[in-house]
Design a binder for this molecule. Structure first.
Ligand SMILES: C[S@@+](CC[C@H](N)C(=O)[O-])C[C@H]1O[C@@H](n2cnc3c(N)ncnc32)[C@H](O)[C@@H]1O
Length: 189
């Protein structure tokens, strides 16, 4: 059974040190355009959600999904506290059981994949949520998830038909971008 990070533990990593080390707007800017629709899976306290909300602007739409209401409440407040934030909504649900809410231009899974129970169901589900040319950015904490485990996680995405490539730049993390060639508009196989 996968271990879910308790909401109160988030204070141990979503803190001043992380804000000093990591720059979410810089990490995400290449993946987001104003007005996009984005899904942030396992948003936690919204460390990246806030950056997404700024990058999307008022024409954009951000859906926050988490299995803990405490996470959604904090992330929502964080995303909507500045002017020109995106339209933000919250969903209390497990990502591997998510009902159809797409199409999304971009899906973020930051430090959450190792907590999700059924990876095959998850990737099958994400395939249906992605819009044309949509991409999924996966980041796993490299102090907690080793390289071999990350590679095994990505193999499940490949088995579900995703094309996966490493991508540089995320703070203290392994990162990869996954696209599905079956999605209209994605590059041909
Ligand atoms: C380690 S925290 C990371 C939070 C945030 N993404 C960040 O980088 O600060 C993992 C988050 O994923 C959520 N989570 C765990 N299992 C999940 C699932 N099956 N579906 C959606 N969210 C889940 C947890 O509740 C928690 O908020």
């Amino acid at each position: 059974m996968a271990h879910v990070c308790p909401w109160w533990f988030t204070y141990s990593f979503d803190n001043v040190l992380r804000r000093w080390l990591c720059h979410p707007e810089r990490e995400l800017a290449d993946h987001v355009s104003e007005g996009d629709r984005i899904l942030d899976i396992g948003c936690g306290f919204g460390f990246h959600s806030e950056a997404l909300s700024r990058l999307l602007g008022p024409e954009g739409e951000l859906v926050l999904l988490d299995v803990q209401q405490q996470m959604l409440d904090r992330a929502y407040r964080r995303c909507t506290r500045h002017a020109d934030h995106a339209k933000v909504s919250t969903v209390l649900q497990s990502a591997d059981e998510m009902e159809p809410r797409g199409p999304f231009d971009f899906i973020l899974m930051y430090w959450v994949l190792h907590e999700i129970e059924d990876h095959a169901a998850l990737w099958a589900n994400l395939r249906g949520q992605l819009g044309s040319d949509g991409a999924v950015l996966v980041a796993e904490p490299n102090m907690h998830v080793g390289r071999r485990r990350f590679d095994a996680e990505l193999d499940v995405a490949r088995e579900a038909g995703f094309e996966v490539c490493d991508t540089p730049g995320a703070c203290i993390s392994h990162t990869a971008v996954a696209r599905h060639p079956g999605v209209p508009g994605a590059p041909p196989e």
